[in-house]
Design a protein around this ligand. Structure first.
Ligand code: DMJ
Length: 693
């Protein structure tokens, strides 16, 4: 049996649901009144109380409801492709990764490759991923000047003395200031001779070490970036000071290399030792033309002596074709051009001929690795594929080697690669997959399209080969123009909150709002194309992307960009930029300062210089190691413990500092962009003169 129902609730029937008689409401009113009178006093009080509460709640929520309605009617939060208004970051809110997002553990499903290969996109679903749809490029107004937020705080923790292990280095981050031992001011020349002989007044421009009081203030800085306050921007130093600051940075890096890694590939500045990759003195060769350009004669001469006496390519060693070409062959060729010294061309010839076995493949698409002593070549152990950017970003160097030596074989093998790729099916509106098979000559792992790792310099070299050859090779231009259209159509998007333009990736028709720092070469390349008569909207896109790359630095607490960022596509007031825990490292990469250099050369807008200056200061603050050298760091979001990686990549000297120097130089004839193209490792090679008629 069911228990009898208990009436512990108030039942109100305001009308007879079954009555359909029309009484003009009179019957209903009478019925209500009667029912009301039938209620006990308690029941009536409760009903009145309920009504009173409903009334109060209604009054209180009225403003916010009307506000929301008003907002919706204005469609402010709706994705509206016709809305070209910029949505600025709300004042006073630091537009950085919020702790909640940052802390949320994200399971990593996809592989992350090493620093030189760069990352392959992980497969995990991304909340911001949206299905593919026709993309319309929205040109926003320029971003308003953002306030300077002090996220950069705390004394530099990397700058330590002592021969300590990695682990100890990570744990015992003493907070002291670099003093550049052994770099006494008295040693510094008052006058520096630039590479073309112009005399430049040299003044000390590096920041003086902080006083005890400043150190104390830094230590007491707010622990939470959100607590930071706004400070007035510092007075910009002049050209001479900035140039000298770059020289100082170079000298400091060089001191570490010379003291602890001389003749080896890379400096490990924390452990004061070295790392070997190919055993070719990579940093030394990559740095040669930078020393020449910066007017560092002494350093240049001692390096030249090492090349003369010590450098031999007759070694039983496997080298990566691409890395060796862009860093070593490129470095030797550009140094030959700057100095006219035959030594460098002889070395380049020797190396070039030793790299040639890489092209002996069934498809003529080169293998990734070649043994320069044995004359054998092979793909990586796990695949017969080569990386697309690697086989298409060796052309400037091999072509130049042929021109200088009058031996056509170098040019022939790399031109054949371009010819094959030009006519290969599998491109997506000019965008290329990341791999190509050395047996079949076909693209492999199709479906992923990126301007980042493994594809980046393919696009860069299309334009630069066209420029190098005097704008005569139409296939290169055609492929480049088509690729830029493909980028605009499929990869360019804007963030919801701040309308930052970025270049994402396509993964089997899914748009991934992810951008490698490597992609920051693109503003410079687009600007270079526009400077050479390509469509003006390339420059518009360059300006927007440059702003985004700048934001990738200033929105981080150290003022340094992470390796990879993700962007927020949602129309909300949240952050524009997110960094996943695995992507927070900075390898001292050059791409942003490279693009700043191009942007400044073509626009003369001094803000690009100021942005570069801020980056140099951040490198000095968070990556400079006392005693000598700069180090890659693990975490650009942690200014107290950025986590030194104990490695100074050769491109920091070969590219990053060189581009900074050229950015700060007032002399447009210092490596004029109408006379030189820079290879992808920042080694300038001449634009070929037109053939005699
Ligand atoms: C350099 O070796 C070259 O710039 C290359 O094109 C990309 N990676 C590094 C710098 O980040």
């Amino acid at each position: 049996m069911y228990p009898p129902s208990r009436k512990d609730f108030i039942s109100l029937t305001l009308s007879d649901p079954h009555s359909h008689a029309y009484t003009n409401g009179k019957h209903r009113r009478q019925s209500c009144l009667r029912k009301w009178k039938q209620l006990s006093r308690l029941q009536r009080s409760l009903v009145l109380l309920l009504l009173a509460l409903l009334l109060i709640f209604g009054l209180l929520s009225y403003p916010s409801i009307t506000e929301q309605w008003g907002g919706l009617s204005d469609r402010e939060d709706w994705p509206d492709l016709t809305n070209r208004e910029l949505k600025p970051v709300p004042p006073g809110v630091k537009p950085v990764l919020g702790p909640a997002v940052d802390k949320a553990p994200v399971p990593v499903a996809g592989p992350h490759l090493g620093p030189h290969l760069g990352p392959v996109d992980d497969e995990r679903p991304d909340p911001a991923v949206e299905p593919i749809e026709p993309n319309i490029l929205i040109l926003p107004k320029p971003l308003p000047k953002k306030k300077t937020f002090i996220g950069k705080r705390g004394p530099p923790s990397l700058q330590r003395d002592g021969n300590v292990s990695d682990t100890v280095a990570g744990e015992k981050q003493e907070q002291e200031v670099v003093r550049d031992e052994g770099e006494g001011d008295e040693d510094k020349e008052k006058k520096i001779v630039s590479w073309r002989g112009a005399r430049i007044e040299a003044e000390q421009a590096t920041e003086p070490p902080p006083s005890a009081a400043e150190k104390e203030a830094a230590a007491a800085a707010p622990a939470n970036a959100a607590d930071a306050v706004t400070v007035p921007p510092e007075v910009s130093p002049g050209e001479v000071d900035r140039l000298e600051a770059v020289r100082d940075a170079f000298r400091h890096a060089w001191k570490g290399y010379k003291d602890h890694a001389w003749g080896h590939d890379e400096l490990k500045p924390i452990s004061k030792s070295f790392g070997e990759w190919f055993g070719l003195g990579l940093t030394l060769i990559d740095s040669l033309d930078t020393m020449w350009i910066l007017g560092l004669k002494e350093e240049f001469e001692e390096s030249k002596a090492w090349i003369e006496k010590e450098l031999s390519f007759n070694k039983n060693v496997d080298v990566n074709l691409f890395e060796t070409t862009i860093r070593v062959l490129g470095g030797l060729l550009s140094t030959y051009h700057l100095t006219g010294d035959q030594l460098f061309l002889d070395k380049a010839k020797d190396l070039g001929s030793r790299l040639m076995p890489a092209f002996k493949t069934p498809s003529k698409i080169p293998f990734s690795d070649v043994n320069i002593g044995k004359g054998t070549a092979h793909p990586p152990r796990w695949t017969s594929d080569s990386t697309l950017a690697e086989v298409t970003s060796i052309q400037l160097e091999f072509r130049e080697l042929s021109r200088l030596t009058q031996e056509p074989q170098y040019q022939e093998v790399v031109n054949e690669v371009m010819r094959l790729v030009h006519q290969l099916p599998g491109k997506h509106d000019g965008l290329v997959p990341m791999f190509i098979n050395t047996n079949s000559g076909q693209f492999s792992h199709k479906g992923v399209f990126t301007l980042g790792a493994r594809a980046d310099s393919y696009y860069e070299y299309l334009l630069k080969q066209w420029l190098q050859g005097g704008k005569t090779e139409d296939d290169l231009l055609e492929d480049y123009l088509q690729a830029v259209e493909g980028v605009k159509k499929h990869l360019v998007r804007q963030t919801g909150p701040g309308r930052l333009t970025f270049v994402g990736e396509l993964n089997h028709n899914r748009f991934i709002p992810k951008m490698d720092h490597l992609v920051c070469f693109l503003p410079g390349t687009l600007a270079l194309g526009a400077h050479n008569g390509l469509p003006g909207d390339h420059m518009d896109l360059a300006v927007q992307l440059m702003e985004t790359c700048h934001q990738m630095y200033v929105q981080m607490e150290t003022g340094l960009s992470p390796e990879i960022v993700h962007f927020n596509l949602q129309a909300s007031d949240g952050n524009d930029v997110f960094v996943k825990p695995a992507d927070r490292h900075n390898l001292l990469r050059p791409e942003t300062v490279e693009s700043l250099f191009y942007m400044y050369r073509f626009t003369k807008d001094t803000k690009f210089r100021d942005w570069g200056w801020e980056i140099l200061q951040s490198f000095n603050k968070y990556t400079k190691v006392s005693g000598g050298g700069y180090t890659s760091i693990n975490n650009v979001r942690d200014p107290v413990n950025p986590g030194p990686r104990d490695k100074m990549e050769s491109f920091f000297l070969g590219e990053t500092l060189k581009y900074l120097y050229l950015l700060f130089s007032d002399d447009p004839e210092l490596l004029s962009l109408d006379k030189y193209v820079f290879n992808t490792e920042a080694h300038p090679l001449p634009i070929w003169p037109p053939p005699p008629k």
